[in-house]
Ligand binder design. Structure first.
Ligand code: DGP
Length: 111
């Protein structure tokens, strides 16, 4: 099932893309909650984190590595990554994505 992120991947709707490679793309969240709020998504359409298998471990690692490089490139050595898995965890787009957030004080625990 394709999503709005599938449309971004196919170039059907615009996005502020900050990084892309053969496995993933990273673009700014339209509802940014911090000065830096980037989403890193795999090109493969995986609905949610708990659909990933052992074979996907390199891809998951790649997403986290890219997210880290994006944060550093944006100038934020301190950052937070979030993956919402399921409606009860506030997932709204059914294409796996890593939120990378930084540029303000981030409290804990999250809401
Ligand atoms: P989540 O709640 O974890 O599923 O996060 C989905 C995020 O996707 C949310 O922070 C807003 C963002 N978003 C939704 N639609 C679009 C869009 O069309 N463009 C961009 N750049 N971000 C979007």
């Amino acid at each position: 099932m394709s999503t709005i992120f599938g449309k971004i991947l196919r170039g059907e709707i615009p996005a502020d893309i900050v990084y892309e490679d053969e496995q993933c793309i990273a673009f700014r969240d339209i509802n940014a909650v911090a000065p830096m709020h980037v989403l890193v998504i795999p090109r493969r359409e995986i609905a949610r984190l708990d659909e990933m298998t052992e074979a996907d471990e390199p891809l998951v690692g790649h997403l986290l590595r890219v997210a880290t490089l994006v944060a550093k490139h944006e100038g934020y050595p301190d950052f937070r990554m979030v993956v919402n898995n399921g409606a009860g965890a506030s997932q709204t787009v059914w294409h796996l994505h890593v939120h990378v957030i930084g540029g303000r004080s981030l409290s804990w625990p999250p809401g």
